[in-house]
Design a protein around this ligand. Structure first.
Ligand code: ADP
Ligand code: ZN
Length: 722
């Protein structure tokens, strides 16, 4: 046999098929070791043929076969081709998506636990060796894990028994099930009429993609899980994606409780061994549901019956490393391949998805009510301009302070949300709410402290930093950040006896950092949880009756055409944490621009109103999805070589532009807004295009000129233009 092999080197120069001879047991999708350029390296078999395609004498043999069961299933091989075509990456890079990283380079393959067992139960150990005698005695009760035997009796005692042939050490392949929950009993709920008809609608619909727009707490999760249960009953498998899996321990427990060992979790927070074990359980067919963040879309499952994307609007579904894929695009390819449904759900669908649903490309299911008709929490607006005028310079409005006292007095819990990311660099007048905006682009400007000026991240225009507010002449222009730390210390002063937890990138560390903080809060070990974006996600804390949003409008002025959408989503998601169980929830939303239309829609939970307005704006300004923003980034340490690459790409794209004038709305090259990150200089060619027709040429230009020291890559509608 002759194997067509892709070597595991991420370089376009070796991105082609190499041929090796092999034995008959090699299958398509197996990983192999092959001689290559004087070394032995890993490769993937992507095809087999009984005859060589050139001189058989010159073909070298495969050295070793790693897999009995091919690591890459046939569907994933075809998906690999699609990814390479779409995102123009070498095949090796696409193939790596399908394996846990620790499987490569032969690092982790299987995880074993060692046990000690008696081979000769009748053996007597003399009194002169009391430890050995005790160990021997203990082993008569049953085998022991080697680590605990060594801990209790000493490794020397174990070794002595082994060398005397009284005991032996054996290994067992260990499958650990992370997060627990399997032992808990599952009690099914009766579906509500709305849930039943949603499932019926999905079943009947001939459209691959189904969008569930359901308010927070409307029972979307139960719909996903019932659908998965039905899929399993039909002997099929499922993929269930959540935005950030470490933030959703409750969801994981729920899945384990319901599906036990059939659910496998793919999660970067697991140890290498756990990750491999879960992957293997899916590949071997033992587990049938892959649950995870975006990379779980590459799960080694065959015969898929459903793909679910929860919180489909979330920005984490776009990959930040090559290939910069959109998870929904990949999910759709897999759903079409398997003839199954892709179900996407959100309380605040992305504008792009909702357009597809209203135009009939997707099925649409609307759940306007919470389960048991529990009301959505009331949102109260605090006008921070008035607070400043009254001399209140703290982080909290009068209303929020009063609500906090009442909540604590009532024995309930509160969440305080701070949107630090959007805060950092926008200039806002604290007297009138004025925000500096670009004259050409209708986006807010970003403050650059190195040049003390304001810049537009879309067209590169520069503006002077105004000494006073151009609207009202006020001098309270603010562009600093109030961090979570400061909020916590303010809270401690106001409520000395309250217990406060803080959750942000600084306090969360280690494998279960998030989990621990959320668990403490869930067990009511604290009264107030203060945090950034990460507390906005789908947590279900029954005793939270108050949510404070400290700076609702800061993401509104973030320099991104999606800032209005993001703000609406964020407010709705955070507000949804309040009043989920018995007591009615409240939300206090602090803002410097209370009249802003986005906030108005959010306060009234008016998604449709928001959506229609947003579509009008996007159409009028020609922003996505009515255009495509495309950026080629050039990143390198050495200025001259980076500029050389930039120049090459710029001129080849310029030529493309001249040949396709009417495809381009905007075209320019410039420094990136952040000129240097981790010692690497950053340049960009920024384009706004009518559509994606020229993407292949743009990807090719970036790939062609990228070098070993200067990386060039393409981003489509980047979530972040820094
Ligand atoms: P969503 O995913 O839309 O936010 P969930 O599925 O989490 O909503 O449901 C919200 C709450 O309602 C959860 O506590 C859930 O256990 C409960 N719930 C969902 N469906 C039902 C049902 N059919 N009967 C009773 N309770 C339900
Ligand atoms: Zn501009």
């Amino acid at each position: 046999m002759y194997a067509q092999v892709i070597v595991d080197i991420a370089h376009s120069q070796v991105d082609r098929i190499f041929e090796y001879s092999c034995s008959d047991e090699v299958q398509v999708g197996c990983r192999v070791k092959v001689p290559f350029g004087g070394r032995i390296i890993e490769g993937f078999v992507i095809g087999l043929s009984p005859t060589p395609s050139f001189d058989a004498d010159k073909i070298k043999p495969v050295r070793e076969v790693y897999d009995e069961l091919p690591a890459i299933v046939p569907e994933c091989l075809s998906l690999m081709e699609r990814i390479c075509e779409r995102y123009r990456v070498p095949k090796a890079v696409a193939l790596r998506l399908f394996l846990p990283s620790e499987m490569r380079l032969g690092r982790v393959r299987e995880v074993f636990t060692s046990f000690v067992k008696l081979t000769d139960p009748a053996a007597e150990v003399g009194k002169r060796a009391p430890k050995q005698a005790e160990l021997c005695f203990a082993l008569r009760e049953g085998d022991m894990e080697l680590s605990s035997a060594a801990e209790r009796f000493g490794r020397a005692a174990v070794n002595a028994l082994v060398s005397k042939d009284i005991a032996e050490i054996y290994k067992v392949r260990r499958i650990r099930t992370p997060m627990g929950g399997e032992e808990e009993e599952f009690t099914p709920v009766e579906l509500t009429p709305a849930q039943t008809s949603a499932l019926e609608y999905i079943e009947k619909s001939d459209k691959t993609v189904q969008l569930i727009h359901g308010v927070t707490g409307s029972g979307k999760t139960e719909i996903y899980l019932s659908y998965i249960a039905e899929v399993l009953r039909r002997g099929k498998t499922a993929i269930f994606l959540v935005p950030e899996i470490s933030l959703t321990p409750q969801m994981l427990r729920q899945l384990r409780r319901r599906f036990k060992g059939e659910a496998a979790i793919m999660h970067s927070g697991l140890s290498a061994g756990e990750r491999f074990d879960e992957w293997w359980r899916l590949r071997s067919g033992e587990a049938k549901i892959a649950i995870g963040a975006r990379s779980a879309i590459f799960a080694p499952l065959e015969n898929l019956g459903a793909i679910i994307i929860d919180e489909e609007h979330d920005a984490s579904y776009v990959s930040e490393a090559a290939p910069r894929y959109s998870t929904a695009d990949i999910a759709r390819i897999r759903a079409e391949y398997n003839g199954c449904k892709l179900i996407m759900g959100s309380a605040t669908p992305s504008v792009e998805s909702y357009i597809c649903a209203t135009e009939g490309q997707y099925g649409l299911i609307t759940l306007p009510d919470r389960i048991n008709k529990k009301p959505l929490p009331e949102i109260i607006i605090s006008d921070m301009r008035k607070e400043v005028k009254r001399g209140n310079n703290t982080s909290f409005s009068q209303a929020l302070r009063e609500e906090l006292s009442a909540t604590l007095a009532g024995g309930n819990q509160a969440i305080i949300f701070l949107n630090r990311r959007g805060y950092a660099k926008t200039v806002i007048c604290q007297d009138c709410g004025y925000v500096a905006r670009c004259e050409n682009c209708d986006v807010s400007l970003t403050y650059h402290s190195d040049e003390n000026c304001l810049k537009c991240h879309y067209c590169g225009a520069k503006y002077h930093m105004p000494p006073a507010c151009p609207e009202c002449g006020g001098r309270h222009l603010r562009y600093g950040a109030t961090g979570t730390q400061r909020v916590v210390s303010d809270l401690k002063e106001l409520f000395p006896s309250a217990k406060i937890l803080r959750m942000d990138n600084d306090t969360v560390s280690g494998k279960d950092g998030h989990y621990k903080i959320l668990k403490q809060f869930g067990q009511r070990q604290a009264d107030i949880l203060v945090g950034t974006q990460m507390i906005a996600k789908g947590h279900d804390f029954p005793s939270v009756t108050l949510v404070g949003i400290l700076d609702a409008d800061m993401s509104l002025h973030f320099s991104d055409y999606r800032s209005g959408e993001r703000t609406f989503q964020l407010i709705t998601q955070v507000a949804g944490r309040s009043g989920r169980a018995g007591a009615k929830g409240k939300v206090v939303l602090q803002t410097y621009s209370p009249e802003n239309y986005i906030l108005r829609y959010a306060v009234n939970y008016d998604y449709k109103g928001f959506f229609e307005n947003e579509v009008k704006i996007r159409k009028a300004t020609g922003f996505p999805p009515y255009s495509l923003i495309c950026r080629v980034m050039v990143v390198g340490e050495d200025e001259n070589s980076a500029l050389e690459v930039l120049k090459n790409i710029y001129f080849s794209l310029l030529k493309l532009k001249e040949e396709n004038e009417d495809e381009f709305i905007f075209f320019n090259k410039m420094h990136s807004p952040i000129k240097k990150i981790q010692g690497k200089l950053r340049y960009q060619v920024l384009m706004r295009l009518k559509d994606g027709r020229l993407l292949p040429q743009i990807y090719d230009a970036a790939a062609k000129y990228t070098t070993n020291s200067v990386l060039a890559y393409v981003e489509e509608n980047p979530a972040n233009l820094s």
